[in-house]
Design a protein around this ligand. Structure first.
Ligand SMILES: Cc1cc2nc3c(=O)[nH]c(=O)nc-3n(C[C@H](O)[C@H](O)[C@H](O)COP(=O)(O)O)c2cc1C
Length: 367
């Protein structure tokens, strides 16, 4: 009996298995609105057999986007375009659908990766950015403006408004993007937050932006709809947040009403290097799950079904999040089910695949 393929419930949402498709920016939106690319890409992934598909970092205000091609939920047009895509995925697919709400902070106003991934040049329609402190993300990056209390209140309200739009669209789950050096993470991190007011300095103050935002969104999202956050739970720097601080933050987020935590890592400055070892975030996820007692997801170089199965079966994390492996093989979950002897949700048009296709080959191998 596979643990990876056992059901899990987050708030009132039942997921068919523990496989989650990681949010992955496609840089293919039009002023925040998803396009035909998203119809194909998300349509494909919604039929991957994963229990949950989390849609890419979707920004709560126009200036909070990473690039000109990033998705947003800041306009009626964005909401209508997302409604079309999500209705399509629900009609044709099997996965539950989540959205990651984000504000890029000092990493906004960037080029798409295939345009270089650096800060937008003057000729590329850049825009002013905000951050906890006026410190650039790296050498040659633009200098953000230190966010005022008005900015903080406006962004918090923008998270709430985008969450309301997500609920109207019919998303099954909402995730707050508190990772990878974007605005919320940059408030938590002592590397990027040098403020002297109540949003900087002590851990309590550095947590304030994330906690206030989480509480405000929670107040707008009914209890039956799962709300969680993705964190950079490790910064991979000696001067960064400690594991103890991560655990304290997760406890506070749980108290703020969050239903799950996703452990990612890194991204606070342009020269921070994230390890590329198998399952590099598993140790911190294991600690969060054990010490915070909140449903915990882990992401990062989880590649094979056996690796994913071992993490869940041994209780290190409750859910497995896959990014690149899912782009490489959008039927990863089908193939994992075959390897682990489990069932996977399949759309009726594809029911003739699976055991019917593979059983004779397995019998032949066994004989
Ligand atoms: C193309 C691409 C886009 C990504 N966009 C996002 C994003 O929108 N939000 C996010 O939190 N992480 C994003 N990530 C990071 C992934 O969600 C994931 O955490 C990372 O790729 C490590 O997992 P993996 O080893 O399974 O790929 C992106 C990664 C890729 C490859």
């Amino acid at each position: 009996m596979s643990s990876l393929f056992s059901q899990i419930k987050l708030a009132d949402l039942e997921l068919a298995n523990r496989i989650v498709i990681a949010p992955m920016c496609q840089y293919s939106a039009d002023d925040g609105s998803p396009t035909d690319w998203h119809m194909s890409h998300l349509g494909m992934l919604s039929n991957s057999g994963a229990g949950l598909l989390v849609i890419e970092a979707t920004h709560v205000e126009r200036h909070g986007r990473i690039t000109h091609g990033c998705t947003g939920l800041y306009s009626d047009h964005n909401e209508a375009a997302f409604t079309r895509v999500i209705n399509h995925c629900k009609r044709i697919g099997t996965a539950k659908l989540g959205v990651q709400l984000a504000h890029a902070g000092r990493k906004a106003s960037s080029q798409r990766p295939w345009e270089g991934g650096g800060p937008l040049k003057d000729s590329q329609d850049p825009w002013p950015t905000i951050a906890p402190s006026a410190i650039p993300f790296g050498p040659n990056w633009h200098t953000p403006r230190e966010a005022t209390e008005d900015d903080i209140a406006r962004v918090r309200e923008a998270f709430v408004n985008s969450a309301k739009r997500a609920l109207r669209i019919g998303f099954d789950l909402i995730e707050l993007h508190y990772a990878h050096g974007y605005l919320a993470h940059s408030f938590l991190s002592p590397v990027s937050n040098k403020r002297a007011d109540r949003y900087g300095g002590s851990l309590e103050n550095r947590m304030r932006f994330g906690l206030e935002t989480a509480r405000a969104v929670r107040a707008a999202v009914p209890k039956n709809v799962p709300l969680g956050a993705r964190l950079s739970a490790v910064e991979w720097r000696d001067d960064g947040i400690t594991d103890d601080e991560t655990v304290a933050y997760c406890k506070a987020l749980k108290d703020a009403g969050l239903d799950f935590i996703d452990c990612s890592s890194g991204g606070i400055t342009s020269d921070t290097r994230t390890p590329q070892e198998l399952g590099y975030n598993v140790p911190i996820a294991q600690r969060v799950k054990r010490e915070v007692g909140i449903p915990t997801r882990v992401v990062g170089m989880i590649i094979t079904p056996q690796q994913a199965e071992e993490i869940v079966a041994s209780g290190k994390a409750d859910m497995i999040c896959l990014g690149r492996a899912m782009l490489d093989d959008p039927r990863w979950a089908w193939h994992a089910a075959q390897t682990l002897g489990a069932e996977v949700p399949r759309t009726q048009q594809y029911l003739r695949v699976g055991p019917k296709l593979w059983a004779p080959a397995a019998q032949k191998r066994a004989s």
